[in-house]
Design a protein around this ligand. Structure first.
Ligand SMILES: *Cc1c(COP(=O)(O)O)cnc(C)c1O
Length: 487
C-alpha cells in the first residue's frame, strides 16, 4: 500500500511510508500526507497496550512497517519514565494534562523521535544506503534527534540551531552530544533563518550531488517528516482512552484538546486523530506573541509580510512559517487550493481564506495567544495551586481557560520545567537566575515544607558537568561547505 500523496498534487505518484520517512519532500515542493480518512471506533482498543494501539492504528492508516522493526521502535519507550505508559495524565484544575515530556530529553519531541530514529536507521540498513539527516531546531527537536540517532548505523546527523535562540539547557543538550555520527552547528540568525537554510539545502541539487559523491543521500527529521507525525497521532488516542479507562469519560463524549503550537506538527496529530473519528470537539491552538496561527484561525488571513519574530520565553513557538499548516489546508481544501495558497505565501508573504474556508477551519480549531507576562502569571497561579508548568504548557492551559467552556480537556504538556528553569523561577519567585541556579532553586523549594512536588530528568542534572564538544557558530552561507568538509 502506498498511502502518501503530495499536498500540492494528489494525482502525482503516491509513495509508501519508507519513502515518506527517508525522502520526506515531495517533488513538487509539497509535503507527503494522508488522503481522506475513514472514521473508526477506537473503543475496541480500550484494553490495548500503547505499543499494540500504535500497531493497530498504523495498520488502519496503511502505514506499513515490518513488525520486527516497529516492535524495536516502540521498545524505545523503554527509555521513558514509565515505559508501559509513555504519556501519563495528571489531573489539575478540572483539566487533564497529557504529559508528553517523560522521554530522555524532556520534551514531547522524544515521543516521535525515539521510535523514528530506530525505524529510520533500520530502513537505511535494509536499503544498504547511508543517509545524512539535516535538522533545524528552535531548541527541542535538536536534542531529541541527536539522542535518537546517536551511534545509529547508516545515519549521520547535522543539527542547525539559532545561536542564542535556545535555552542554556537546550544548548548544552546539543553541544555536549557525543557520538561520531553527530554534528551540531550554531547559525547566526533566528529559527526561521535556520529552517529556511535547511529547506534551501534540501532543494539544492549541487549540494545533493556533492553529498552523493561522498556516499550519502539527504534526508530531514523536521516535523514535516511524516515519520514523526505518525507517532504524534497515537498519544491523543491513548490519552482519550486513558480517560475512558479512568471513568472520567464515556466513550463518544467529546472533549477539547489544547496544544501549544509552533510548526503545527503536534496539533496535526490531534487533527488526524479527530479526522479518524476520535471524539474531539475542538482543537485549541495556543501561541505566544508570534501569533500568526491565532490570526489565521480567527480571521482566515496568514500574513507575515509585516511581521518579524519576537523572542519569547516559549521559544519552541517562536515561529512565523508554520510548515505543517499546509497539511491541514490540503485536508480541508484539496491540492489545487493548497498549491495556490502556499504559492501566494511564498511570493507575497500572505494568503487569505474565503469565508466558507474559514468556517471549515473553525469547525476543527479555535485559537488564543498570550504574551510573556500572561505566560508567567499562568505558571505562577498553577504552581500556587500545586502543579508546575513549563512556559509552553502554560499557554496551552491559558487557551483552555479562555476557550474551553469548562469542558473536559486534554492539555498537551510539551516540556519539563527544567528545560526553561530561569523563566519558570522568575514567574514563581520573581528571581532572575541562570539555568543551573534556577534548577537548584526549584528543587530546593520543592523540598521545603508545603513545596510543590517537582521532578527532573536524570540527563538534565548531569549536563552542566559535561564538556561542550560542538562549539562552531557560522553564517548561513558558510554551512554548506562546513557540512561537506565534515563528511
Ligand atoms: C516543539 C515544541 C512545541 C511546538 O510543537 P509543534 O509541533 O512545532 O507545533 C511546543 N512546545 C514544546 C516544548 C516544543 O518542544
Amino acid at each position: 500500500m502506498t498511502p502518501f500523496i503530495s499536498t500540492r498534487n494528489s494525482h502525482a505518484k503516491s509513495v509508501d511510508f519508507t519513502q515518506a520517512i527517508l525522502s520526506p519532500t515531495a517533488s513538487n515542493r509539497g509535503l507527503y500526507t494522508l488522503p481522506a480518512l475513514a472514521h473508526i471506533d477506537f473503543s475496541v482498543f480500550l484494553d490495548s497496550s500503547y505499543a499494540a494501539l500504535c500497531e493497530h492504528v498504523f495498520q488502519i492508516l496503511g502505514i506499513e512497517v515490518e513488525s520486527a522493526i516497529l516492535h524495536k521502535a516502540l521498545a524505545s519507550y523503554g527509555r521513558f519514565d514509565t515505559p508501559q505508559n509513555p504519556a501519563p495524565i495528571a489531573k489539575f484544575d478540572n483539566a487533564f494534562f497529557l504529559e508528553l515530556y517523560h522521554g530522555p530529553t524532556r520534551a514531547f519531541k522524544d515521543m516521535a523521535l525515539c521510535p523514528f530514529g530506530e525505524i529510520f536507521s533500520a530502513l537505511a540498513l535494509r536499503q544498504d544506503r547511508r543517509y545524512l539527516i539535516l535538522t533545524a531546531t528552535s531548541g527541542d527537536t535538536g536534542p531529541a534527534t541527536l539522542h535518537a540517532l546517536a551511534h545509529k548505523p547508516n545515519v549521520k546527523v547535522i543539527c542547525l540551531y539559532p545561536e542564542g535562540g535556545t535555552s542554556e539547557v537546550q544548548g548544552l543538550q546539543m553541544q555536549t552530544a557525543n557520538a561520531e555520527n553527530l554534528k551540531v552547528l550554531g547559525i547566526k540568525g533566528d529559527f526561521d533563518c535556520a529552517q529556511s537554510l535547511l529547506k534551501s539545502l534540501l532543494a539544492n541539487q549541487s549540494f545533493q550531488d556533492s553529498i552523493a559523491e561522498k556516499g550519502y543521500a539527504l534526508s530531514a527529521a523536521n516535523s514535516v517528516n511524516f515519520g514523526r507525525i505518525a507517532f504524534q497521532i497515537i498519544y491523543y488516542i491513548w490519552g482519550y482512552l486513558s480517560l475512558v479507562r479512568q471513568k472520567v469519560l464515556k466513550y463518544g463524549e467529546e472533549i477539547y484538546v489544547s496544544v501549544p503550537s509552533g510548526n503545527f506538527g503536534n496539533a496535526l496529530g490531534a487533527f488526524f486523530a479527530k479526522s479518524m473519528g476520535l471524539p474531539i470537539e475542538k482543537i485549541l491552538i495556543a501561541s505566544n506573541a508570534n501569533n500568526i496561527l491565532t490570526e489565521l484561525i480567527t480571521s482566515g488571513v496568514y500574513d507575515i509580510s509585516h511581521k518579524s519574530l519576537h523572542k519569547s520565553i516559549s521559544p519552541a513557538m517562536d515561529i512565523l512559517k508554520s510548515s505543517n499548516v499546509e497539511r491541514v489546508l490540503f485536508a480541508l481544501y484539496g491540492d489545487e487550493r493548497t498549491k495556490e495558497l502556499l504559492e501566494s505565501l511564498e511570493s507575497t508573504q500572505r494568503y487569505a481564506l474565503t469565508p466558507s474556508e474559514l468556517a471549515l477551519l473553525q469547525d476543527h480549531f479555535q485559537a488564543w495567544w498570550g504574551d510573556d507576562e500572561q505566560t508567567k502569571s499562568l505558571i505562577k497561579s498553577a504552581y500556587q495551586k500545586g502543579y508546575l508548568l513549563d512556559p509552553h504548557t502554560a499557554l496551552a492551559y491559558g487557551a483552555y481557560k479562555q476557550l474551553g467552556d469548562g469542558r473536559k480537556a486534554l492539555i498537551c504538556s510539551t516540556a519539563e520545567w527544567s528545560k526553561f528553569a530561569p523563566s519558570v523561577v522568575e514567574a514563581i519567585f520573581g528571581e532572575c537566575l541562570d539555568d543551573r541556579g534556577a534548577i537548584a532553586k526549584m528543587l530546593e523549594s520543592s523540598q521545603a515544607k508545603g513545596g510543590v512536588k517537582v521532578s527532573i530528568g536524570a540527563d538534565i542534572q548531569g549536563l552542566f558537568n559535561k564538556p561542550r564538544i560542538h562549539t562552531q557558530v557560522l553564517e548561513p552561507d558558510e554551512v554548506e561547505s562546513a557540512i561537506l568538509q565534515w563528511l
